[in-house]
Ligand binder design. Structure first.
Ligand code: AN7
Length: 360
């Protein structure tokens, strides 16, 4: 009989702080494809590139990996309600896993700054959604305060249970490649993900499944790049709303990930993000949300500047699905709306528009 992937807790239970007898709240997250992308390898002039397509998770982003562990621990503590601050994806995941657990969810999002795909998920899963007049950093400060003083359980990545789940992405890369890549890049926002990959790869070294750590690269949006500036950004701005974060919570862990792996931080403009967003769709067949193109965009920028380390095998995590924020695909390079042509309902009309000649 075909075996169904059982979600990251059951698949990696010997590597996680769980036992089979614990409550396990899962939607079957993880086990996402690692897709070879020769077009991107050519662009970067490296041996190979694989895209870790995290948009294939149940709610469409990598957040599900950490949400299964955080909400399962919340259930073990008897929590009735979870709370999360979010730029969108965390709220979608928290809302969905809370439903699975039979809990309430409360999400704090920056007013008007999350994509409608993500907002619709939180609404669909009956989260109590509050649009805060402020940015993500304000939302996180409030969520922490509320969880300390009221009966709501915090499921942001400052909760260490989140990183436990998210580290399984490293395990999956090693499972498929049989080794660590030389370099692994991803978008960098609140810095939970890069910290979790670092944790996962370190554990792979400890258990002897890999010999050395991949160089971890975190890429930010230029208008929202505290790791490049070296200090928090008071008013972060970028079209990549998922990573519109000025005061990353896992600051020290991300610095440690960079130092320990001889990695790096980079930043790219919104224009560079959208260029790579289109490239991934058109040349690799992988449709991601704009924020998720940031890792690849950062590597391309380094390559153009001659600053990409000489490496053979590269993995790039693309963190969220294109359908989360699809409006960007419907604009051309100069921002004009793309409207597919209308034709009469005949094959001949289509052939004429396409300039096709009838078969002889
Ligand atoms: C698609 O949902 O912070 O560096 O509240 O949605 O671990 O924060 C999302 C972040 C990258 C950055 N790509 O990851 C939230 C939130 C996507 C994201 C990131 C996010 P971190």
């Amino acid at each position: 009989m075909a075996h169904q992937w059982r979600g990251v807790i059951r698949e990696y239970i010997d590597r996680l702080p769980f036992q089979e007898s614990d409550p396990i709240i899962t939607l079957g997250e993880g086990g996402t494809p690692l897709i070879e992308a020769p077009a991107l390898a050519k662009l970067l002039d490296v041996g190979s590139v694989h895209l870790k397509f995290e948009g294939m998770n149940p709610t469409g982003s990598f957040k599900d990996r950490g949400m299964t562990t955080a909400v399962s621990k919340a259930a073990a503590h008897g929590a009735q309600a979870v709370i999360a601050a979010s730029t969108g994806n965390t709220s979608a995941a928290a809302a969905a896993y809370a439903v699975k657990a039979g809990m309430q969810s409360v999400v704090l999002v920056p007013a008007g700054k999350i994509s409608w795909g993500k907002l619709s998920q939180a609404v669909a899963h009956k989260a109590q959604i509050l649009q805060v007049r402020g940015n993500f950093d304000d939302c996180l400060r409030m969520a922490r305060d509320l969880s300390e003083n009221y009966p709501v359980f915090l499921v942001n990545s400052v909760n260490p249970d989140r990183l436990q789940g998210q580290k399984t992405a490293s395990f999956e890369v090693v499972d498929v490649l049989g080794d660590a890549p030389d370099l692994h890049a991803m978008p960098l926002g609140n810095a939970g993900n890069i910290s979790a990959y670092h944790l996962g790869y370190r554990e792979e070294v400890e258990v002897g499944r890999i010999k050395k750590l991949p160089r971890l690269f975190g890429i930010q949006a230029a208008g929202s790049a505290p790791f490049i500036q070296g200090s928090p950004v008071a008013k972060p701005e970028t079209i990549a709303t998922a990573i519109r974060i000025g005061n990353p919570a896992s600051w020290d862990l991300a610095q440690e990930a960079k130092r320990d792996t001889n990695g790096g931080f980079g930043s790219v403009t919104d224009k560079e993000i959208l260029w790579m967003h289109r490239f991934l769709s058109q040349e690799t067949g992988v449709f991601v949300e704009p924020s998720s193109a940031t890792g690849a965009a950062g590597l391309y920028k380094l390559a153009k500047q001659g600053e990409l380390p000489k490496v053979d095998r590269v993995v790039v995590t693309v963190t969220g699905h294109g359908l989360k924020d699809p409006d960007w695909a419907l604009k051309d390079e100069s921002g004009r709306k793309i409207k597919p042509k209308k034709v009469s309902a005949t094959a001949q009309a289509v052939a004429e528009v396409l300039g096709l000649e009838r078969n002889k």
